[in-house]
Design a protein around this ligand. Structure first.
Ligand code: IZC
Ligand code: ZN
Length: 410
């Protein structure tokens, strides 16, 4: 048993399902709180107003600080070879993200380096990224494949992700993103590539239980709505729920498709139209917003306020990848959610805890500080939520606790 005591403020959303509309911002605040953790690393009780359980056990003094659930990063492309630092001067000179991809760079550049790397090299490097992210208070992470774009390398990436789940400090959820771009082998034939994925790759991914979700990049000069739908429905038949990279650059209809096929989440949503917001509200698809990518690409910020008003559950993630967001700092996404999405502190907290957990099928286990959930908690060098969101650029983590295990970080 472990008793975390002297918590000035424990702030958490409640429940195991998405919170949307006004409920997104309604969080529970326990003052002068304590959390009791059992020997399995699960929360056994939450106490407030100075009350303490009568147990003899190890204690951790939170020093009157703010405590929240561990952060959940619901969108990363964390397993890749190489970097893409050379793209930034091209962008400064005026090239767009899609210009670079269409010229054979971007994702296709990362593909070359990911195919080249061995499974062990990818694993070691990714484990390092997860360690760095843990230091920012992130205790659960979703990781996508999508830099192999052939059977061999997609499966290699997915095996690395499964190994990360076993060996990293975090819980790691796996998403198959074989439809991330059209590889040179299928240049000009996206339909042929989608058929190849459905025929040759998806059945193995499902059979070997290498992924929890199937995702697709629905975008101009990548995959259209029809191709995306075909792949996602084939994956659903094999038991893989859907995610969609939708409306990142052009509003092709990805968010509308997310609503139509009941996708668990739709990602980016920078250019989403009213029809996409309405469709997602109806299906309760989580809008997984990636504000650091807007910053990095010089694009507008997603319409988070309109989404919340319409009843769409909103999550916020990093999008860590070598092209459009080389950042593992989810706290910076929280700052941008506050300042640029104009989300209130409670809404932001829900977006990086419970709603993010629900976006990756982890809402029953993590995402809130409640009896029966995993004891995944962060003690912050802040005393109130608005302070946490107001400070920017510094890592405000004091201590990270994962399944009841204490990791002193700062
Ligand atoms: O490597 O460019 N948007 N996929 C879709 C990405 C960004 C990651 C990348
Ligand atoms: Zn992405």
């Amino acid at each position: 048993m472990l008793l975390i005591k002297n918590i000035g403020l424990l702030a958490t959303p409640l429940g195991s399902t998405v919170r949307c509309g006004a409920a997104q911002g309604e969080i529970k605040e326990y003052r002068s709180a304590a959390v009791l953790v059992d020997d399995e690393g699960m929360i056994a009780g939450v106490y407030e107003n100075g009350e303490l359980p009568e147990v003899e056990c190890e204690t951790l003094d939170a020093g009157g600080r703010l405590v929240t659930p561990g952060l959940v990063d619901a969108h990363t492309h964390l397993v890749f070879g190489g970097w893409r630092a050379h793209e930034v001067p091209l962008k400064i000179a005026g090239a767009s993200y899609l210009d670079i991809l269409n010229a054979g760079g971007g994702i296709l550049n990362t593909l070359v380096n990911t195919r080249k790397a061995t499974e062990d090299e990818l694993f070691e490097r990714s484990l390092g990224f997860l360690d760095e992210e843990f230091g920012f208070g992130v205790t659960t992470v979703e990781v996508k494949s999508g830099y192999g774009l052939n059977k061999e390398t997609e499966l290699k990436q997915l095996r690395v992700i499964r190994r990360l789940n076993e060996e990293a400090k975090q819980d790691v959820v796996s998403t198959f993103l074989g439809a991330h771009a059209v590889p040179a082998e299928f240049k000009g034939d996206p339909d042929g590539y989608i058929d190849y994925l459905i025929r040759e790759v998806l059945p193995v991914v499902a059979e070997e239980k290498l992924a929890d979700f199937c995702d697709v990049f629905t975008e101009s000069s990548v995959f259209n709505v029809e191709q995306s739908k075909k792949l996602l429905l084939a994956a659903q038949k094999l038991g893989l729920p859907s995610k969609i990279h939708a409306d990142e650059i052009d509003p092709l209809g990805g968010s509308e498709l997310a609503g139509e096929i009941g996708a668990v989440s739709a990602e980016h949503l920078i250019a989403t139209k009213d029809s996409g917001i309405a469709a997602m509200a109806k299906s309760k698809t989580v809008a997984c917003l990636l504000p650091q990518t807007s910053l990095y690409l010089g694009k507008p910020f997603a319409r988070a306020r309109d989404m919340i008003s319409a009843g769409v559950p909103v999550a916020i993630a990093t999008d860590f990848n070598p092209g459009s967001c080389p950042s593992l700092n989810l706290q910076l996404s929280m700052n941008l959610g506050y300042l640029r999405y104009r989300m209130y502190p409670g809404e932001v907290l829900t977006a990086v805890t419970l709603n993010a957990a629900c976006a990756i099928g982890m809402g029953e286990k993590v995402g809130s500080a409640e009896k029966g959930k995993q004891a995944d908690l962060v003690i912050w060098n802040a005393d109130e939520l608005p302070m946490l969101l107001y400070r920017m650029g510094s890592n405000q983590v004091k201590t990270v606790i994962k399944k009841g295990k204490i990791y002193e970080t700062h």
